[in-house]
Design a binder for this molecule. Structure first.
Ligand code: SF4
Length: 562
């Protein structure tokens, strides 16, 4: 049995690329379970595939799968449907299975309207998918009804089978990184929260299940062995069980994994101890769903967090040298100038160093969606439209598009205009063992202002000054190669080549293996016409392709000068 698992392309271009470009972890778990049972499985990330490309049909012809499984989100369902149709044209005998959150909540819709979809796998998909394949192999349709957690057509009508029990011990699942390489990992399944806009509670249930710390860290170890050093811990709320999180952090440190990672948490779960261990173990960013500065709106969203908890989480997280990223939602019921001002006031208090603003969206599987269908007497047929999502404000006569877009603009502008000031108020722990980590945090942040994302945003004031200040503070804590490089580059841009050279000399002495420092230094010397010295810098970079170009240029100049 030849199985192809596909992460299909989205309908629209994304604003935050990082959040969609990797296939969901669930696809790797399904793949691992199948591989462990001896099936031939391949996972294709087609998130960026051009839907009109001949490559789709060509690949399907070449790989000739018996089963085609799709990880379906609301926003990529049309991509999945189009590929499924193509697959049926290439081989009418191929079996198409939709899984993931989109298939779980819209199984009836897919099976009613799209003949290219043969089966949907509902909820936690690993074992239902495996059992489905075994039933298909046996070729007896009666077997299908005994497979729990799937849906299909019988006598032309969609039906679903019973609900399977959730996997009791998550460690029974094979570790996907034995077979695949990926960056998104998860320690838990489920979230105790019950936010009105979120599908997680119904998909996973509100009772959180955990892997063991040993399983989780082993998974990381396999990935590190494959060369991956940066991870997204994609749990809905990684910090649910503090003791287990600390256990994970200790193991990461003991095993010397030398990784860095981002995590997600609720604000009401962090404290000093857990942040201390997370930072030591390589955590550099925690995302918090703050949603709104208005208590009234947070109450509607059922967020169940207090302003005090938000403020404490942001100040503590920053104190331990972890970037606290705030997620905000706007365009909620009752949103107006006053509630937006409340959000602005909160932003100015918590001083986030990173913030993402979303318009409230309505997705199947959420309380908000149920309310919406009921209020307007609608059905899932609304998804026959070629849309990715429904924006809440489109359903609320009290909100107009213009109002909501203005709210978003005001929020973003406020954040960007305040950002440089926020950095001035950063207070870091003075713990002795955090000096290098503090230097790392400050130089990382400085880099976003001098050469990273923030450098491109016009509205952020004093970017260069802010970067210089942060790099300087970084070096006050401990020598840091990123800080030397960043400052050296700024001086170079200012054409203060001699100053840049003096600074980089110090950096190169302390970090002799850092090629970027040598490259920057070499360019300084070239600008001063010191080609012999420049050549020395570039030649110190080993086999670097980048260096080769400069070496050639220096030799040419030296030749001309002789
Ligand atoms: S938004 Fe976050 S906290 Fe709320 S239910 Fe979803 S995962 Fe849980």
């Amino acid at each position: 049995m030849n199985i192809l698992l596909i992460y299909p392309p989205f309908l629209e271009a994304r604003v935050h690329e990082e959040e969609i470009s990797a296939p969901p972890l669930g696809l790797y778990y399904v793949g691992a379970v199948l591989k462990e049972k001896g099936y031939h499985v391949e996972i294709l990330n087609w998130a960026h595939m051009d839907k009109t490309s001949n490559l789709i049909a060509q690949t399907l012809r070449e790989k000739n799968p018996d089963i085609l499984g799709f990880s379906v989100l609301q926003a990529n369902r049309w991509g999945a449907l189009e590929i499924a149709k193509t697959a049926k044209k290439v081989n009418p005998g191929v079996t198409v299975v939709f899984g993931g959150i989109g298939a779980t909540f819209l199984w009836k819709h897919f099976l009613t309207h799209f003949s290219a979809v043969d089966f949907c796998v509902l909820g936690e998909g690993e074992y239902p998918f495996l059992k489905l394949i075994r039933a298909i192999e046996k070729g007896n349709p009666k077997n299908l009804k005994s497979v729990k957690g799937i849906a299909f057509r019988t006598q032309g009508r969609p039906m679903k089978t019973g609900r399977p029990l959730p996997i009791k011990n998550l460690d029974d699942l094979p570790i996907p990184s034995k077979f695949f390489n990926y960056q998104h990992v998860a320690f838990t399944r489920g979230c105790p929260g019950n936010c009105t806009f979120c599908g997680s509670p119904r998909f996973w249930g509100r009772k959180v299940r955990f892997h063991s710390s040993e399983y989780f860290v082993k998974q990381l170890e396999y990935l590190v062995q494959q060369g991956t050093r940066f991870f997204y811990f994609s749990d809905d709320t990684f910090l649910i069980n503090k003791a287990l999180v600390i256990e994970i952090c200790r193991k990461i440190i003991e095993r010397n994994l030398e990784i860095s990672w981002f995590a997600i948490s609720r604000v009401d779960l962090v404290d000093k101890e857990v942040l201390y261990w997370m930072r030591l173990a390589g955590c550099t960013q925690i995302s918090y769903g703050v949603e709104s500065g208005s208590e009234k709106i947070r109450h509607f969203l059922n967020k169940n967090i207090r302003s005090e908890q938000i403020k404490k989480a942001f100040s503590l997280t920053t104190r331990y040298g972890i970037l606290a990223r705030a997620y905000f939602i706007y365009g909620s019921p009752g949103e107006n100038d006053h509630t937006i001002q409340e959000t602005i006031d909160l932003i100015n208090e918590i001083k986030p160093l990173s913030a993402i603003f979303y318009i409230l969206d309505i997705f199947p599987g959420t309380t908000l969606y149920d309310m919406y269908l009921k209020q307007w007497g609608l059905t899932d047929d609304i998804w026959l439209q070629k849309i990715e999502d429904i924006l809440y404000f489109e359903t609320d006569p009290l909100l107009t598009e213009e109002m909501v877009l203005t709210f978003g603009k005001t929020l973003r502008n406020t954040f960007h205009e305040g950002l440089s000031d926020f950095t001035r108020d950063i207070e870091l722990t003075e713990k002795e063992d955090f000096r290098e980590l503090n230097a790392d945090f400050l130089s990382r942040l400085a880099m976003t202002f001098s050469h990273g994302d923030y450098a491109k945003i016009e509205r952020i004031p004093d970017k260069k000054k802010t970067a210089k200040n942060l790099y300087g503070r970084s070096l006050d804590y401990a020598p840091n190669d990123r800080a030397y490089l960043g400052l050296g580059m700024i001086k170079q841009q200012e054409r203060a080549f001699r100053e840049s050279i003096n600074l980089l000399d110090g950096g190169i002495r302390l970090f002799p293996l850092n090629d970027q420092l040598k490259l920057c230094q070499g360019i300084n010397h070239m600008n001063l016409g010191e080609f012999q010295k420049a050549l020395g810098c570039f030649q110190g970079m080993g086999d670097s392709k980048q260096a080769e170009i400069y070496i050639k240029e220096c030799r040419k100049m030296l030749g001309t000068m002789e």
